[in-house]
Design a protein around this ligand. Structure first.
Ligand SMILES: Cc1ncc(COP(=O)(O)O)c(C=O)c1O
Length: 378
């Protein structure tokens, strides 16, 4: 008899990008030169300063890292929050380093939600990064998507959420700058959300993975609301410093949440290796490489945006992040795929993504130029 698999996992659809990866591999096997705008994994080089810091920190023996992280890293992240957002956090009680941000996003519901209580709803906007929903389901919470639509600037319509839903809400996820739409939330949105959180007693979980990939104005953080007693922010070096493989991020939150995370995390055993933490100190302390990264993405936008617009496909939101969110006919994904250009269908991110495709600007500038030429001939 086969070993039983937990139903939450067994009933879950394949992680969408696994399907895209299969299509990519098939094309490569057929000898097609693939230009992959699918997955948001930066192809940018990690700055030599950061790589050297990792090499210099590699010890003869690397012990288990402690869940609370190195004090130097907590200090560097607190100083970064102060410089970037003007908020003063206590590095010992209000910050914990994480292994990238995905695992921390996934496990938040396990840390905060009582699956037997009425108040076990996890709200999140959709289309979305799939981990808010999956984390909620594995924690026995109730996942409740809120459509993010163009008419409301891809922000959840806060006044349209019924009070009976808010009453049952334990966590409200927001993600701005947003994946996949590239939309940015104004500070007034976080302020309104924070008032609701106080009234209905829920936590605001703000995934700010893309806060540093902006092209106009640096976007605000949920940390900047006047009362951040219910605000939990997830940050990462993955996109800002092109360090996806290093796995390094942090959570900034009220002391009682950080204390809960510090008690939960040793069981799971997820803390970045100490040599990664030391490289991360260098990454959070330097802005030059981040400005250069933004310039590289800007150059790719300058090549692709006119090529997309020339097709008559409308680019919407897309103010920040590495993504372009494009209104395009349904068969576009397959037509592009036939020519070796991989993009994500909007429905990968949820039903409200129907009618859109997402370009992740991860190919090189040269590849973007080639893709622009392919688009012109399509
Ligand atoms: C919206 C969003 N949040 C979080 C992450 C997680 O990134 P990481 O675990 O590398 O920090 C991603 C990765 O693609 C993302 O798109």
């Amino acid at each position: 008899m086969a070993i039983r698999i937990a139903p939450t996992l067994a009933e879950m659809a394949t992680y969408p990008f696994v399907r895209l990866e299969e299509a990519r591999r098939r094309l490569l096997e057929e000898g097609v030169a693939v230009i992959d705008f699918g997955k948001g994994d930066p192809n940018e080089p990690t700055d030599p300063l950061i790589r050297q810091a990792l090499v210099d920190a590699l010890p003869e023996r690397s012990p288990y890292p402690l869940a609370q992280g190195l004090p130097e890293l907590r200090a560097a992240t607190a100083e970064w929050c102060e410089r970037r957002f003007g908020v003063a956090l206590d590095p010992d009680t209000e910050i914990v380093p994480t292994y990238g941000s995905k695992e921390a996003i996934f496990s938040l519901a396990q840390v905060l939600v009582d699956p037997h209580a009425d108040k076990r709803t996890v709200l999140y906007g959709e289309p979305a990064y799939p981990v808010y929903e999956r984390g909620a389901l594995f924690a026995g919470a109730e996942a409740h998507p809120l459509p993010l639509v163009r008419e409301h600037a891809f922000l959840p319509e806060l006044h349209a959420i019924p009070p009976r839903v808010l009453d049952r809400t334990a966590i409200f996820w927001v993600n701005y700058p947003n994946n996949p739409t590239g939309a940015v939330a104004p500070l007034s949105f976080y302020e309104h959300l924070s008032e609701l959180a106080e009234r209905y007693d829920f936590a605001i979980a703000s995934d700010e993975a893309y806060s540093e990939l902006w092209f106009d104005e640096p976007p605000p953080s949920a940390l900047q609301v006047p009362d951040r007693s219910r605000v939990i922010v997830f940050q990462t070096l993955s996109k800002r410093s092109s360090m996806t493989g290093y796995r390094s991020g942090f959570v900034a939150a009220p002391a009682e949440v950080i204390a809960a995370l510090k008690s939960y995390r040793p069981t799971v055993g997820t803390a970045p290796q100490e040599f990664v933490q030391r490289a991360s100190v260098v990454a959070w302390s330097d802005e030059r490489h981040v400005a250069e990264t933004r310039d590289r993405y800007r150059a790719k936008r300058d090549v692709l945006m006119p090529a997309i617009a020339a097709k008559g496909w409308e680019i919407v939101a897309s103010e920040a992040t590495m993504y372009l969110w494009v209104v395009a006919p349904d068969d576009t994904v397959d037509r592009l795929l036939e020519r070796g250009v991989v993009v994500s269908p909007g429905t990968f991110f949820g039903p409200s993504g129907a009618g859109y495709i997402r370009f992740a600007l991860v190919p090189t500038l040269d590849e973007c130029r080639r893709a622009a030429a392919i688009l012109a001939e399509l």
